[in-house]
Write a protein that binds this ligand. Structure first.
Ligand code: 6PG
Length: 251
């Protein structure tokens, strides 16, 4: 697999707002291309605070009006084990910022259940994905949006957790000791099967870790974001200048 892995393309923006505008434009562009080519756009959304502004922009006329929402299917890269109306819910954030403002049919929104047993919820979500991405060894999502935590995690692939070694499951439950909580997450091979993967990273607090992830030695059990290398797709890092500080210094 490694010989075909795509090199990351790092795009640096002046600030979080210009990054969000460029990311919204990228989603809209990929939606158009995918729908033109295959009649459908399948995108996995990320949680966290960075994408919220991107979702708000996609809900507005400038970026959202050009999107053929009835042909968009929305998935989630990960979810916390909370009800969908919890302030912690990734689904709630996406819904409030984007999904409730655009004409996407409710049946096109594929959320991860956060109530109940994480293992059962993960396997139910995997079955749902397998039903939609039929026949493939892995799901071929058009785009996966990801954030990176300041510990180097992405989606709910946290440092030192079992799920980092997953080679078979598309979706897995993950016990995160430092949070004392279960998460449900797409696995790295499932993300790596996507056509396009887009990381969104902002703020000075991420600079040192981002440098390690992109420029440091390979150490994915400590830096899970390094596991993300699509084998037949593009990998873009949208980074603001503050987060990119460590990349420019001495690199
Ligand atoms: C989540 C995420 C997670 C997130 C990073 C970055 O549910 O928490 O999907 O992987 O993207 O923690 O989050 P911020 O954008 O808030 O820094």
């Amino acid at each position: 697999m490694s010989s075909a892995e795509t090199e990351p393309n790092v795009l640096i923006f002046d600030d979080a707002e210009s990054l969000a505008r460029a990311a919204a434009a990228r989603v809209a562009e990929l939606a158009r291309e995918s729908i033109d080519a295959r009649g459908l756009f399948t995108v996995a959304l990320s949680g966290g605070s960075t994408p919220r502004r991107v979702y708000q922009l996609l809900a507005g006329g400038e970026f959202g009006e050009g999107i053929d929402w009835p042909n968009v299917h929305v998935f989630f890269g990960d979810e916390r084990m909370v009800p969908p109306d919890s302030a912690e819910s990734n689904y709630r954030m996406a819904s409030e910022a984007l999904l409730s403002h655009v004409p996407i049919p409710p049946e096109n929104v594929h959320r991860i259940e956060g109530v109940g047993d994480a293992a059962a919820n993960a396997s139910r979500y995997e079955s749902e994905l397998r039903g939609l991405f039929k026949g493939g060894e892995w799901p071929r999502l058009d785009q996966v949006l990801l954030g990176m935590g300041d510990d180097g995690h992405t989606a709910s692939l946290f440092p030192g957790t079992n799920v980092l070694h997953e080679t078979r499951l598309w979706v897995a439950p993950n016990w995160v000791e430092k949070l004392g909580a279960w998460r449900v997450t797409l696995t790295a091979p499932a993300v790596n099967a996507a056509r396009h993967v887009t990381f969104l990273v902002t703020g000075a607090g991420k600079a040192a870790r981002l440098r390690e992830v992109l420029k440091g030695a390979r150490d994915p059990s400590r830096l899970p974001s390094q596991l993300i290398r699509p084998h037949d797709g593009t990998l873009e890092w949208f980074v603001d200048r503050a987060a990119a500080a460590g990349l420019e210094a001495g690199s």
